[in-house]
Design a protein. Sequence first.
Length: 84
Amino acid sequence: MAANLERLRMPVMTSLTLGLAPWLPEPHIVGKIRWVLGGAKDMAPMDWWDLLMHGAPWMWLAYTLVAVFVLPKVLPAPEPNEQS
């Protein structure tokens, strides 16, 4: 279990720092998501790129959470190879 939590350290730290920066007046990713949900009116390519860059740490965190907690329960453990 400790190894699984160690795998989460960097994605969590990156999401909470780069994924939310700048923090004030609201996290940047929140503003971008709100803009997209509002219809993405007048979003330039740079705004989409910005959304991708601030969203990447959150995608990494989601991937790691699935790999650590969901996949081991869904996929059977591999059988050890017998070498003679």
